[in-house]
Write a protein that binds this ligand. Structure first.
Ligand code: GDD
Ligand code: MN
Length: 365
């Protein structure tokens, strides 16, 4: 190996241990003659992925592992891996053998000798394919692709691809503008660079996952939406506030609908209607918040119900704080709007902080 490393292949992992042997062997084979390293960025996978890599790395120093504890996220994992190397070229690929590692030398050549900044493995060009995807996943992917192309005027055929290679200087020029949310790092980079990068698209066949299961779920779709919002208005509003606000607004909408239904269809008195609505809105918010967690952080089975109980108790305290603060301010200042707003702010703040601390405190491993 020459002293300087040309290419770093960054591979995010979450429960991928059973794929790694074959993956590493395939990469070693296809990069023969190049100077390279492979950096796995693992988010404390319960299956022992990180331990496997470290074990393997004892004999192969050009393989290493970054372990992140208590954190999750594909894009942020890739970014950390990319920032941890001094290689001139940075590739990103899945650990499950879906991406064609034999394309790595072609990508490297495009950046090294053909003056491109970014090489993208695309499924949506002649010669490429999505493999054996179900109808649903194909439709969702096509819709998500069309949405980003429309909103951001992107010409890339496959901005959702998780398989690409970029020059380190091009990456570093844009890294501070990245949102690092969710799965779509390539899209994040392309939008952040304002399409100033010279891109080469290379068709490939997206294979089926070797072992294990995909981590794509509702949370990923939510993160994707937040990424688009952040890229559009992130300089005006922090996206975490937008996200919290969106969930809260849906809760308020449910609350209003239930009150209306109780008053008009069931003809219940207002206090009963309001009480029923409070409980249903709480359950709805709990359900939605739980749905938007990473799969391994979701509460299921008995933990779902004990979580719901805790959530309702904590939000109950939040409501008491809300009314208490609002009444106190109203007494002293007499301004109803300011009082209501202060009450809501304190209640929301408490609910958010307390429930994330005590309801979804993360599984003990
Ligand atoms: N460190 C870390 N943290 N790695 C993660 C996490 C996480 O929270 N979530 C997923 N990964 C790793 C997986 O272990 C895998 O190596 C890679 O990221 C991609 O995840 P998959 O679960 O295999 O995703 P996919 O195959 O369904 O989606 C892929 O294809 C999409 C194209 O439709 C990804 O490459 C997407 O980025 C891509 O958009
Ligand atoms: Mn995959």
């Amino acid at each position: 190996m020459s002293p300087s490393i040309d290419l770093a292949v960054v591979i995010p992992t979450y429960n991928e241990k059973d794929n790694l042997h074959l993956l590493v062997k395939s990469i070693e084979k296809s990069l023969e003659g190049c100077s390279w390293e492979v950096i796995f960025v693992d988010d404390d996978s319960p299956d022992g992925t990180a331990a496997w890599v470290r074990d393997y790395a004892r004999d192969f120093p050009n393989i290493r592992c970054i372990s992140r504890i208590g954190r999750r996220g594909l894009s942020s994992a890739c970014i950390e891996g990319m920032l941890s190397t001094s290689a001139t070229y940075l590739a990103v690929m899945d650990a499950d053998l879906q991406h064609d590692e034999q394309l790595l030398p072609t990508m490297l050549n495009a950046l090294k000798n053909e003056n491109f900044d970014l090489a993208v493995g695309t499924r949506y060009m002649p010669g490429g394919s999505v493999g054996d995807w179900e109808e649903n996943r194909l439709k969702t992917s096509q819709f998500a692709t069309a949405l980003s192309k429309y909103v951001f005027n992107i010409t890339l055929s496959d901005p959702m691809s998780g398989f690409f290679m970029i020059r380190r200087d091009a990456f570093e020029a844009n890294v501070r503008k990245l949102s690092s949310l969710g799965f779509k790092l390539l899209l994040d980079i392309v939008i952040s660079s304002k399409s100033s990068l010279r891109v080469k698209e290379i068709a490939f066949n997206f294979k089926s996952r070797h072992k294990g299961e995909s981590k794509l779920d509702l949370r990923t779709a939510w993160d994707y939406l937040l990424l688009l919002i952040d890229k559009k208005i992130g300089n005006i509003l922090p996206v975490s506030l937008v996200s919290f606000g969106m969930v809260g607004t849906l809760g308020v909408a449910v609350h209003l609908m239930v009150v209306r239904f109780c008053l008009t269809a069931l003809e219940l008195p207002f206090p009963q209607s309001q009480s029923i609505a409070v409980v249903i809105a709480m359950i709805f918010n709990f359900f939605l918040n739980n749905l938007l967690k990473y799969r391994d952080q979701k509460l299921v089975g008995i933990r779902f119900y004990s979580g719901l109980l805790k959530f309702m108790l904590l939000c109950g305290i939040g409501s008491i704080a809300n009314v208490g603060i609002a009444s106190y301010i109203y007494q002293d200042f007499g301004h109803w709007f300011v009082s209501v707003f202060a009450g809501i702010l304190v209640g929301f703040g408490w609910n958010y902080g307390a429930t994330s601390l005590f309801v979804w405190q993360g599984k003990k491993r």
